[in-house]
Design a protein around this ligand. Structure first.
Ligand SMILES: Nc1ncnc2c1ncn2[C@@H]1O[C@H](COP(=O)(O)OP(=O)(O)O)[C@@H](O)[C@H]1O
Ligand SMILES: [Mg+2]
Length: 297
């Protein structure tokens, strides 16, 4: 049993419909402080909707949504949401402003405080250097529109930290990153959870990534929780695939499967007269190309 007072957010029997479409049919989900929690489920399972309800972008129809402070006291939804930030696949940064301006602007938004470039720069530097000191040293005056997606994510995370976020929800953040950028993002998430007690919810379809980064996982299927808060190490790839449902099995199995290698097997596909054989995994498409044979010498 987990101790609910340690959860920064928890939902129980959460329901949400869009018109006649019932999207969340009773979701249970909770995130403890300092953990990296993989939120899994096939396309259309309701992951993004759950994130929207937690952040308040969408209103719940029924069920319970509870935010707590570090001492375990229940917060109002408004106070709880101030501790939550989301990093979408499409970044919510202002491309024509600098990195420092993007990170610091939320501090100046409220009330009548006048924007002050030096204060902004020091706030932005403080937040960015929690993530990456080198990047903090060089990025402050760059335009956000000139950053790579990975750098933009770093800026979004820094902005979240600067605004006091204690829980960061990343909705498929690695979908368009290179392997090296994914590694760097994971390094940042590990550091922030370990050193700053941040909690992270991470949506991904890639088995390898889930294993690399997540302490625990929850799986949603067709708007219901089918696995809640189970240590990732306790679930086999196959169990995860099965819980996610048949339609999604292919996508995850594909990313979990090692790259096909040419090898001799019981039933090799032999291409005539070349002596070349290759084993085709189910679902693999083999392209064969070659120049027409020229006249024999
Ligand atoms: N604004 C909306 N209006 C109507 N249906 C929606 C809306 N947002 C999501 N849905 C539907 O809800 C289901 C779950 O969507 P979503 O939460 O985006 O799933 P996931 O992120 O797991 O892929 C999908 O069938 C989707 O079509
Ligand atoms: Mg989604």
């Amino acid at each position: 049993m987990t101790d609910a007072s340690k959860d920064i957010v928890s939902v129980r029997s959460l329901t949400k419909s869009y018109g006649a479409t019932v999207v969340l049919k009773g979701v249970d989900f909770s995130v403890a402080r300092g953990e990296i929690h993989a939120l899994l489920g096939g396309n259309g399972a309701g992951k993004s909707t759950l994130i929207r309800v937690i952040t308040g972008t969408a209103a719940k129809d029924g069920g319970e949504l509870v935010f707590r402070d570090m001492a375990g006291n229940i917060l109002t939804e408004a106070d709880g949401r101030r501790k939550v930030a989301v990093v979408h696949q499409e970044l919510a940064l202002l491309p024509h402003l600098t990195v420092a301006e993007n990170i610091a602007l939320p501090h100046f938004r409220k009330g009548s405080r006048v924007y002050d470039g030096r204060t902004a720069a020091s706030q932005a530097y403080a937040a960015l250097s929690m993530i990456d000191r080198d990047f903090a040293g060089t990025a402050l005056n760059r335009l956000v529109g000139d950053l790579s997606l990975h750098e933009g994510q770093m800026v979004e995370i820094a902005r979240a930290l600067s605004s006091g976020a204690e829980l960061i929800l990343l909705d498929e953040p690695t979908a368009n990153l290179t392997a090296a950028e994914t590694e760097r993002l994971f390094g940042v998430l590990r550091k922030l959870t370990r050193e700053n007690g941040l909690s992270v919810v991470f949506v991904s379809h890639r088995m390898k990534e889930i294993r690399q980064i997540a302490h625990v996982c929850s799986i949603i299927r067709d708007g219901r929780t089918v696995v809640g808060n189970v240590p990732t190490a306790e679930l086999s790839d196959l169990a995860i695939i099965e819980h996610m449902g048949q339609a999604q099995a292919t996508a995850v199995a594909h990313s979990a499967r090692p790259a096909p290698v040419a090898s001799l097997s019981d039933e090799p596909l032999t291409i005539a007269e070349t002596g070349f054989s290759v084993t085709l995994q189910p679902g693999t498409i083999l392209g064969v190309a070659g120049a027409p044979a020229g006249p024999k010498p």
